[in-house]
Design a protein. Structure first.
Length: 83
């Protein structure tokens, strides 16, 4: 996906999705992928008054998918020990 495609994806879907969910306010959470932090996307988000969650670079403890996988691995290891 390119920066232009990502921006267009946001333009076509972000507000509509927020309305369909019924949120009055929201903060966009995205990682530090270069297309997410590009000047084009950042300027568009600023123009649309979209708040973006500040995200620390290379912070594994803030990656929810990695956190869930670590928990699953921990549970599986302990399950094997019990059997």
């Amino acid at each position: 996906m390119t920066v232009v495609v990502y921006k267009q994806l946001l333009a076509n879907n972000l507000r509509q999705s927020v309305c369909e969910i019924g949120l009055e306010e929201f903060i966009l959470m995205q990682d530090n992928d270069p297309k997410h932090t590009s000047r084009l996307v950042s300027n568009w988000l600023d123009e649309k008054d979209v708040q973006v969650l500040d995200w620390l670079q290379k912070s594994p403890d803030l990656n929810p998918i990695e956190a869930v996988l670590a928990l699953v691995k921990y549970k599986l290891v302990n399950l094997k020990k019990m059997n």
